[in-house]
Design a protein around this ligand. Structure first.
Ligand SMILES: CSCCC(=O)C(=O)COP(=O)(O)O
Ligand SMILES: [Mg+2]
Length: 233
């Protein structure tokens, strides 16, 4: 297929796992108590806090909800409420220039090149869509948000469920086999392949010291960075 739409994951794919785990998550963990104190009564914040409270057996104090959320951060739970709240906290971090978002240079260059070559680009990450837009607006390679015409988070479904990829294809009005999904997680690629998408495992040494080849790559085409992605595969 000549011109696939390229759907990309973020953590471990365009950006290092370390940036997410060692910069973004600790920042959210640290700032969450103050954020909830200052913004906990705003409806857009309250709805997520209430959802966490309900799902955790009816927690009644914000301090308990915050503790629950901090525990979820430690477990790397991909819960939609946590991800929405994290995105709101990171917004202040980017605005205060507490951090920028490092992208792998090969990813930034390839995204620009693919866009210039006429490929539509979209993001699918567990991070909330506002968090995705913040990240790509504040990369060390500049503001890349204009490259993307689609943004998807777990509101569409979990990343290890084939139905999520089928829904994304429908929303993008593109045949599943006209979409190439790039991710560092084989289980996500398996789900995308089950829905009929094309796939490539991004197997970066910086994130995965042991190469994942053969059975460990789950039969997906594999590249060690965006330069090695074969759009015709
Ligand atoms: C939008 S940046 C934060 C990424 C994040 O919160 C996360 O859990 C990473 O998940 P991904 O699906 O991008 O691997
Ligand atoms: Mg990932």
């Amino acid at each position: 297929m000549a011109s696939p739409l390229i759907l990309t994951d973020i953590e471990g794919t365009t950006s290092s796992i370390s940036f997410v785990k060692d910069v973004l998550f600790p920042y959210a963990r640290r700032e969450l108590p103050r954020f909830v104190r200052e913004h906990g009564q705003e409806p857009e914040v309250r709805r997520w806090l209430d959802q966490v409270a309900l799902e955790s057996g009816g927690l009644c104090q914000d301090a308990m909800i915050v503790e629950t959320l901090q525990g979820w951060i430690d477990e790397d739970r991909k819960h939609t409420a946590l991800k929405a709240l994290q995105g709101m906290v990171w917004s202040a971090g980017y605005a205060n220039a507490d951090f920028t978002a490092p992208l792998y240079p090969d990813a930034a260059a390839a995204l620009r090149r693919w866009h210039a070559d006429g490929h539509a680009l979209a993001v699918y990450s567990s991070g909330s869509v506002p968090a995705q837009k913040l990240l790509f607006a504040h990369t060390d390679a500049g503001d890349l948000t204009g490259l993307f015409s689609g943004w998807f988070d777990t509101a569409v479904g979990g990343k290890r469920e084939a139905a999520s990829y089928a829904a994304i294809a429908r929303e993008l009005d593109t045949a599943p086999d006209g979409i190439l999904f790039l991710s560092d997680v084989v289980a996500e690629l398996d789900a995308a392949r089950d829905a009929g998408l094309r796939t490539t495992l991004i197997d970066r040494r910086e994130d995965y010291p042991q190469p994942r080849t053969g059975a460990a790559a789950g039969g997906h085409p594999r590249a060690t960075g965006f330069d090695g992605v074969d759009l015709a595969a």
